[in-house]
Design a protein around this ligand. Structure first.
Ligand code: NAP
Ligand code: ZN
Length: 352
């Protein structure tokens, strides 16, 4: 066991602050990683502030961070897939039971014994797992991803959550070439959703509450932008979408987007607002429409996504910050003032 510097929250109302945590010594199958960059996901903020208390209450101290890119500094004797010096990634999962049907079907995120990267029971050290707002992490090799060498590392970090969370439902929806695909919310997830939908050949439309994001939405790949507070613009597109990906982090009217769907079309929620969203039965009945959810992606699909990003040179648009700006970044995220993901340069933690 060894100490590592980290930023943690002591309670739902405390700011994140410098702390020292314990990391386990590498077991035979472990990879030890020096963290270089960690993206800031809205889920980090939901968890730190215990906004998901009804589903997954937060244990404090909480060290968030599940968009991790780093360099391998050590490997256990049985590790075959990674070696010292490799650039690797870790997302929202660090372990699972490897024996259930979810694991057998490459959807480890639905394993009932999955270990999430933070705020999840830690089978090695007791207590809960600690995430990527830290100088290092030790992870079982089967949950360590290869990061393509051509990608900018600060921009690659958000692929480990925002990337896979949007890639997976878009792939699952099938061939979207030529289809009209909507992305609701241009934040960390949303801008990645736009990039993937565009890369797979869809006609991409962004719904935003922020008219000032219009130019950026077009730049990252949208063909059209609808300001969702403008009833006339919304009405023009009613009933015309094949698929909509909803990435909104807060309470909003999902029926407005169900009304945008055409016959047999689907809206998939990846955003995880604190409170339930009322759904109008009538909005669904007329047009046999469906509402679904999607949670990150399995390890094999995450590697597929990273390789796809390597081939197509896709990364997140990031604002790189030192970890000392973390609390300010959270406040800005709440105001939708992120272009379009914060990525923490972990060298700033070393300097403390
Ligand atoms: P984010 O960067 O803060 O983006 C959320 C976007 O939602 C904002 O940029 C904003 O876009 C829009 N929005 C915010 N408040 C709104 C409101 N009151 N009404 C309408 N639109 C609003 O957050 P993120 O990191 O992308 O995460 C989005 C959500 O996905 C969070 O709830 C997060 O916990 C969840 N998440 C889920 C998974 C999963 O596996 N399902 C994985 C990661 C994250 P505009 O300014 O364009 O309107
Ligand atoms: Zn996330």
């Amino acid at each position: 066991m060894h100490d590592a510097k980290a930023y943690s929250a002591a309670s739902a109302t405390s700011p994140l602050a410098l702390d020292t945590i314990r990391r386990r010594d590498t077991t035979k199958t472990d990879v030890q990683i020096e963290i270089l960059f960690c993206g800031i996901c809205h889920s980090d903020l939901h968890t730190v502030r215990d906004e998901w208390s009804s589903f997954m209450p937060t244990t404090y101290p909480c060290v968030p961070g599940h968009e991790i890119v780093g360099r391998v500094t050590g490997v256990g004797s049985a590790v075959t897939g990674h070696k010292v010096g490799d650039v690797v990634g870790v997302g929202c999962l660090v372990d699972s039971d490897h024996s259930c049907s979810a694991c057998a079907n490459d959807v480890e995120q639905f394993c009932h014994n999955a270990t999430f990267t933070y705020n999840s029971p830690d089978a090695h050290l007791g207590g809960v797992t600690y995430g990527g707002y830290s100088e290092s992490i030790v992870v079982d090799e089967s949950f360590v991803l290869r990061v393509p060498e051509n990608l900018d590392l600060a921009g690659a970090a958000p692929l480990l959550c925002a990337g896979i969370t949007t890639y997976s439902p878009i792939r699952r929806w099938g061939n979207i070439k030529g289809k009209k695909v909507g992305v609701v919310g241009l934040g960390g997830l949303g801008h990645m959703g736009v990039k993937f939908a565009r890369a797979f050949g869809a006609h991409v439309v962004v719904f935003t509450t922020s008219p000032s994001k219009t130019d950026d939405a077009l730049r990252v790949g949208a063909h059209e932008v609808i300001v969702s507070t403008d009833a006339e613009q919304m009405q023009e597109h009613a009933g015309t979408f094949d698929f909509i990906l909803d990435t909104v982090s807060a309470d909003h009217d999902i029926n407005a987007y169900i009304n945008m769907l055409g016959l047999d079309a689907n809206i998939t929620l990846v955003g995880a607002p604190e409170k339930p969203l009322p759904v109008s039965a009538f909005a669904l009945l007329f047009g046999r429409k469906s509402v679904s959810g999607s949670l990150i992606g399995g390890i094999a699909e995450t590697q597929e996504m990273l390789d796809f990003c390597g081939e197509h040179d896709i990364t997140a648009d990031v604002e790189v910050i030192p970890i000392q700006k973390i609390n300010e970044a959270y406040e800005r995220m709440l105001k939708s003032d992120v272009k379009y993901r914060f990525s923490i340069d972990m060298a700033s933690l070393k300097a403390e």
